[in-house]
Write a protein that binds this ligand. Structure first.
Ligand code: GLV
Length: 341
């Protein structure tokens, strides 16, 4: 039997790769860097499945290049802002993602960033390495306290709630705002899988004014692009610490630079930026009160194996004509296939 043909835009981990190689005739991009636009367009031609990463822009042109035989797009990430989902839906092509398995790793890492920024970890490390640290003193690298502080979570889905659970252990007060209409309004105690979290829903303005720590957990959409802009920074406390593990464009980086440089806010830590990687001459990288790391919030061994396996399972289900275990556009299953002009 002929195996279905797929393009895999980068190496994925063994747990997923094995499934893909067993079931498909796979063209796996061998490069360490992502394929460029032309390479994607060339390699996707005539494929029935596409397994891609968040570094690949998968738009209508790519789907057209694949042609009418394209049965599934499987994005090896929770976020799908790199995929034109409406264009896929219009072609009745299901789009898969990998939610859930990265919740804990991302929430853990959010805390690592909150603590690193608030307690000036990177500055301290630089002091030691450069020899600038001469002796213990009472006022070297003073930072913010967690206990009793207000943590504002922008986005209160799975990851936001997992961060909230961790924050409870640190004795923080939790407030949140959520642009996602699926979160019921006026919840003061939120039930999660294992525990109840005491968290109060507030307007974004209130969150910006009252939070000592602000952590972003919202998908990138038309509404959230540039959400944390100059006007938002103007409302923040001078002691505010901002952490972004969502998507770079949610934060206006020019406004962030101004807010950090003028000490209008205390510090920031970014796992995600626009673009990625940030150019090495980015002004943000010159600031002591800004930490930037290379989009690694979900980068734990177990999580990345699970993401790879889920992406493979979505791909294979789509090729078999079955419902994807994790599909972001399930409406495709109630639509007939219509390819727009
Ligand atoms: C990572 O950023 C993801 O969306 O999985």
């Amino acid at each position: 039997m002929n195996k279905p043909k797929v393009f895999v835009t980068r190496h994925i981990l063994e747990s997923g790769l094995r499934l893909v190689m067993d079931f498909c005739e796979a063209d796996v991009w061998p490069g360490e860097l992502p394929p460029n636009r032309e390479e994607i367009l060339n390699h996707v031609r005539g494929q029935q499945g596409l397994l891609c990463l968040l570094t690949d822009r998968i738009d209508r042109e790519v789907m057209e290049a694949a042609g009418p035989g394209l049965k599934v797009i499987s994005n090896c990430a929770a976020g799908v802002d790199n995929v034109d989902v409406p264009a896929a839906t219009a072609r009745a092509v299901p789009v898969g993602n990998t939610p859930g398995v990265l919740t804990d790793a991302t929430a853990d890492f959010t805390f690592a960033l909150l603590m690193a920024a608030a307690r000036r970890l990177a500055e301290g490390e630089r002091q030691v390495r450069s020899g600038a640290w001469k002796t213990w003193s009472l006022d070297n690298l003073l930072g913010a306290d967690f206990s009793g502080a207000v943590l504002g979570l922008v986005g209160f889905g799975r990851i936001g709630q997992a961060v909230a659970r961790r924050a409870c252990g640190f004795g923080m007060q939790i407030i949140y705002s959520d642009p996602n209409p699926n979160v019921p309004p006026d919840q003061n105690r939120v039930r999660t899988n294992e525990t109840r979290i005491k968290a109060k829903r507030v307007e974004l303005d209130t969150l910006l004014r009252e939070s000592d720590f602000i952590s972003l957990h919202t998908p990138l959409t038309g509404e959230t692009r540039g959400l944390i802009n100059a006007a938002a920074f103007a409302k923040m406390k001078p002691s505010a610490v901002l952490v972004n593990t969502s998507r770079g464009p949610v934060v206006d980086q020019v406004a962030l630079f101004e807010a950090l440089k003028s000490h209008h806010i205390f510090a920031a830590a970014l796992d995600v930026t626009e673009p990625e990687p940030l150019p090495t001459d980015s002004p943000l990288l010159k600031l002591d009160n800004c930490i930037v790391v290379p989009h690694i919030a979900s980068a734990s061994w177990r999580t990345r194996q699970n993401m790879s396996r889920m992406a493979a399972e979505n791909l294979i289900a789509g090729l078999k004509g079955e419902h994807l275990p994790n599909c972001v556009n399930p409406e495709v299953y109630s639509r007939s296939k219509q390819v727009p002009n």
